[in-house]
Write a protein that binds this ligand. Structure first.
Ligand SMILES: *Cc1c(COP(=O)(O)O)cnc(C)c1O
Length: 374
């Protein structure tokens, strides 16, 4: 079986550096908020091009911290996309607020900015677009709507760290950017992690405090917070991985583009990812669209090609949200796309000939399934 995401090849390339950096942490012993955390925050802020980076325990906790810093709570509403990982809507609901879902643009699978304004009401407190599969939502359009209504924008950039939008980096495009260092994300740790980005000094201070139990100095707590810190060992691993990250981002783009060219050349009925002209994607997932998705996934699996569905159920269909009034407008595009998407093995270390085998298996599975339906 081809690995769906090959993290071992990356480890082999970085092993000496990762081990040396971990050893240093084990020697100095500052396992929580050690010097590597501050060093990582500095490097990530410079990379994104914002004043503040706050490293945290996961890309779920960063969404929670961001919304707590904005004072979002019971009775409030946050506008977001239904076509995302559960965490996006889940953290809104955890705070007692209601996620209000706005339908997606079916080609990019990102929130349809032209439909946001109609969903804004007196209880709306923020807009939270997701930069899905590694490419940014149309952030300028979203920011313009938000500015008209004096709303903050949180970019859930868990899948898009390293991507650019009109030449600017994801995470630095709105009030707050939030990303994840889950191992399989474009920049992954060896456990859970995440980071927040902002140019707003007051929000940065609030998020820093909330990350550590709402304290401004030891045992003094002006606000309620959480235990949301990033482990020093994970920061050390991420510092080592950052040295290879530019190369990985470039590879991700060329592997993604090669997939699209190869698929377009040999099985044209498959929908390849649409990357907006102003975007570069880091292809957190390489996700195609197909009529007979489940049958083709089954055939690919038989051929030794693993696949995944991101995501089989849009959030308005999740039982966890059934009690909330989240789906006030038509979400037909999210429903339609959920039945069609299929993610293929992807990563910076995916070799050319392995990719050729995957595409050949895909095209064989598609033509078998087309014959079966005729
Ligand atoms: C992965 C992901 C998250 C959550 O990140 P974790 O680090 O796993 O908590 C949130 N939103 C999106 C869109 C994600 O893909």
């Amino acid at each position: 079986m081809i690995p769906f995401i090959d993290l071992k090849a990356q480890y082999r390339a970085l092993e000496a550096d990762i081990r040396a950096r971990m050893d240093k942490v084990l020697e100095h012993g500052q396992y929580v908020m050690g010097p590597e955390v501050a060093e990582l925050e500095e490097r990530l802020a410079a990379y994104v091009g914002v004043r503040h980076c706050i490293a945290a325990s996961s890309g779920t906790d960063t969404l929670l911290i961001a919304m707590m810093a904005l004072g979002i709570g019971h009775g409030d509403e946050v506008i977001t996309t239904p076509f995302t990982f559960i965490a996006t809507g889940e953290m809104i609901a955890l705070l007692g607020a209601t996620p209000v879902f706005v339908d997606i643009e079916p080609r990019t699978c990102n929130i349809d900015a032209s439909k946001i304004e109609a969903a804004i009401g007196p209880r709306t407190r923020a807009i939270m677009p997701v930069s899905l599969y590694g490419q940014c939502a149309d952030m300028d359009a979203i920011n313009a709507i938000a500015a008209r209504h004096k709303l903050p924008v949180i970019e859930d950039a868990a899948q898009s760290f390293g991507a650019t939008y009109k030449g600017r980096r994801s995470c630095g495009l709105s009030t707050i950017g939030s990303t994840s260092f889950f191992p399989s994300k474009p920049l992954g740790a060896y456990g859970d992690g995440g980071a927040l980005f902002t140019d707003d000094d007051a929000l940065a201070k609030a998020m820093r405090e909330i990350r550590a139990h709402g304290q401004d100095r030891r045992y003094h707590h002006p606000r309620i917070g959480i235990n949301g810190r990033l482990d020093t060992l994970q920061a050390a691993i991420l510092l080592a991985k950052l040295d290879r990250f530019d190369w990985e981002v470039a590879r991700r783009q060329s592997v993604g583009n090669a997939y699209s060219a190869k698929i377009a050349a040999s099985c044209r009925s498959v929908g390849t990812p649409a990357i907006a002209s102003y975007n570069t994607s880091v292809y957190a997932q390489y996700t195609i669209q197909l009529d007979d998705r489940d049958e083709i996934a089954r055939r690919l699996n038989q051929a030794g090609v693993p696949t995944a569905v991101h995501y089989p159920l849009p959030l308005q269909r999740q039982p966890a949200f059934a009690v909330l009034d989240c789906a006030r407008t038509s979400l037909v595009e999210a429903d339609a796309v959920a039945a069609r998407v299929l993610s293929l093995p992807m990563g910076p270390d995916l070799e050319d000939e392995v990719q050729d085998r995957i595409v050949a298996s895909l095209c064989a599975a598609v033509s078998q399934s087309e014959k079966a339906t005729i």
